[in-house]
Write a protein that binds this ligand. Structure first.
Ligand SMILES: Cc1cc2nc3c(=O)[nH]c(=O)nc-3n(C[C@H](O)[C@H](O)[C@H](O)COP(=O)(O)OP(=O)(O)OC[C@H]3O[C@@H](n4cnc5c(N)ncnc54)[C@H](O)[C@@H]3O)c2cc1C
Length: 318
């Protein structure tokens, strides 16, 4: 097995947890990631002016769902406890949510801005067609594929392969519109983290109050709830930002000053509604594994457990 080439698609938590274990066991792995950075939905927006917004997962929920994640968090200097979050979601990355994930990819072969567009059989192997952001296409052959991308994207890429038909039918992932707003002075609001503070809002978070962040400008992240996000899914980003700022004001109960920075981000596939119920799904011949949070649930711990279980299975097979 160690001589076999393994491709991991996606460098979110699941892909990185899998890669770290396989890398430590000496396997030949290559990671492909369509975006510019690591972390997937554990994401931080950095503006040219040095503002930070964790616009994906704001904290790490129920790490006990993945015992080796709990250990990794306890050992990382890039993780801190934050008292403002609910008791079951105690950890945040420092100085950014995704900071702790970057060291997991050290010494690994990672191709960023490289989207896997197609997978087809090539003799005994699988041929990946990869489109790079600069406009070129390439293909590479691998013995083993590990997909850690969200279910709807995995359906597009792999749904036509025999063995995976019907797998994706019961999985539903809800969207999330997210507002990022910064104010020149600290807002005088009596909370740093609130769940469902007003209709349409899932979470309202004072990003600047997290450990290791600058206190001003006062940076906030608002996550719309699934229903609001689905209703407004196709509106323009600028329109979403205006509507979300109005929701923010309704939660604050006062008129807010004009933000010095504001933008919105649409997560088309944010949270899993119906998980599959197993850590991963192997292709009948074992040469492709489907993983990611959606197999087990809707949290970072679920993603970690899935990626880690795939690595264990491949290591055992070796
Ligand atoms: C708004 C929001 C709030 C959340 N809140 C919490 C929370 O409070 N607590 C918690 O624990 N979790 C939370 N989560 C969920 C958590 O972020 C996810 O469960 C976890 O990050 C999923 O990791 P993953 O590796 O399975 O998938 P992802 O993070 O989605 O990683 C998949 C990666 O694959 C890449 N990719 C996709 N298609 C391709 C392709 N064709 N080729 C190459 N690369 C591709 C993507 O760019 C991405 O980087 C939240 C998520 C969001 C969006």
């Amino acid at each position: 097995m160690k001589n076999r080439r393994i491709a991991i698609i996606g460098t979110g938590v699941a892909g990185l947890a899998c890669a770290r274990k396989l890398g430590m066991a000496g396997h030949d792995i290559t990671l492909f990631e369509k975006s510019r950075g690591l972390g997937g939905r554990v994401a931080t927006r950095r503006t040219p002016d040095g503002l930070f917004f964790d616009h994906g997962a704001p904290c790490i929920s129920q790490p006990e769902h993945a015992p080796d994640l709990k250990k990794a968090l306890a050992e990382s200097e890039l993780i801190k406890l934050w008292q403002a979050t609910p008791e079951n979601a105690p950890y945040v990355g420092v100085p950014a949510m995704n900071a702790w994930l970057k060291p997991l990819a050290e010494n690994l072969t990672v191709h960023l801005q490289s989207r896997v567009k197609a997978i087809e059989a090539a003799g005994e192997r699988w041929r990946l067609t990869i489109s790079h952001d600069e406009g070129t296409n390439a293909s590479e052959d691998f013995d083993q594929i590990v997909s850690t991308i969200p279910a709807p994207q995995a359906r597009e890429l792999l749904g036509a392969l025999p063995g995976f038909s019907g797998v994706f039918d019961k999985i539903d992932m809800t969207p999330c519109w997210t507002l990022m707003s910064a104010f020149s002075e600290r807002l005088n609001l009596p909370f740093d983290f609130q769940e469902t503070p007003a209709s349409g809002i899932a979470k309202l978070i004072r990003n600047s109050a997290k450990p290791g962040r600058r206190a001003v400008p006062d940076c906030w992240v608002l996550q719309a709830d699934a229903q609001w996000s689905a209703t407004h899914l196709e509106i323009e980003k600028e329109d979403a930002a205006e509507l979300l700022l109005a929701l923010f004001e309704s939660a604050a109960g006062v008129q807010l000053p004009s933000p010095v920075y504001q933008t919105a981000h649409r997560w088309r596939y944010a949270l899993t509604r119906n998980a599959y119920g197993v850590p991963f799904l192997p292709h009948p011949d074992g040469s492709i594994y489907l993983g990611g949070d959606w197999l087990l649930g809707d949290t970072i711990a679920h993603a970690w457990r899935s990626g880690s279980a795939i690595a264990d299975s491949l290591i055992q097979a070796g």
